[in-house]
Design a protein around this ligand. Sequence first.
Ligand SMILES: Cc1ncc(C[n+]2csc(CCOP(=O)(O)OP(=O)(O)O)c2C)c(N)n1
Ligand code: SF4
Length: 276
Amino acid sequence: MRSSQLVEKYFRTKNLPHIWCPGCSLGIATRSLVVAIDELGLDKNKTVIVSGIGCSSRAVGYLDFNTIHTTHGRALAFATGVKLANPELHVIVISGDGDASAIGGNHLIHAARRNIDLTLLIFNNNIYGMTGGQFSPTTPHAALGTTAPFGVVEQPFDLVKLAEGAGATYVARGTAFHVNPLVKYYKNAIEHKGFSMVETICICPTYYGRQNKSGTAVQMMHWLKDSFVLNTAYDKMPEEKRQGKHVYGEFVKKDLPEYVEEYVGIIERLKGEEDA
Ligand SMILES: Cc1ncc(C[n+]2csc(CCOP(=O)(O)OP(=O)(O)O)c2C)c(N)n1
Ligand code: SF4
């Protein structure tokens, strides 16, 4: 489908133009989600998109689905309620790196542990964009932020490893440059039964880029292109070529009992015992 048709079908045009900064990649991630939904043929009325608070989370204001713009860090809690109330719905959560892994970190690990059938898309720009460039749990060590004017002294989370370690049954990482694989990961995540997490490496030219002298938005996109390597290719690279490279790809795909099915199953069993 052409972009103009996608906009007509899936966006609340009355809320456009968007307020993201020029060069911000959040629009690319949002468009990739819409393409994934369109290619999967999801029913808009059976699709709920939930977000927290942040630049990333503003996507739900533009998307013409059943949407909830919740509180900072709590999107997964709201999404859990929606899914339990109506298991037939596709429930997709959009969250920033701060939203998902700082204030919302506990919700992330427990949603993953439960293997509840939600799709979490973390738009990771390595910074708190909306509030002016404070460092987040994914800001690289020694990078600058408004709350780290001499460099971050902490080590960052690897969100893929975090989600995998917590029990997520589908885990992938894409980038805002590598759009075709990104759409594929979004589709696979939505189709997966259980907790799925896709991290999308985004760029924030306004706060991360300016503070860290990363260059223009175009130069930051070139950085994504040049430094991210598909995991299967990375595995074959000699050690010396791996320096400075990051990986994207699918990392976890497995089947485990899903939380809502188990929960509903217990209710049905107890009802049967009562009736007997
Ligand atoms: C309970 C609460 N604490 C703090 C805030 C302020 N706040 C709003 S967005 C945000 C961080 C956003 O960063 P991130 O989640 O990484 O999203 P981005 O804006 O970078 O997309 C913070 C701290 C808030 N709205 N609510
Ligand atoms: S502050 Fe950063 S993340 Fe937020 S809209 Fe601007 S470029 Fe995008």
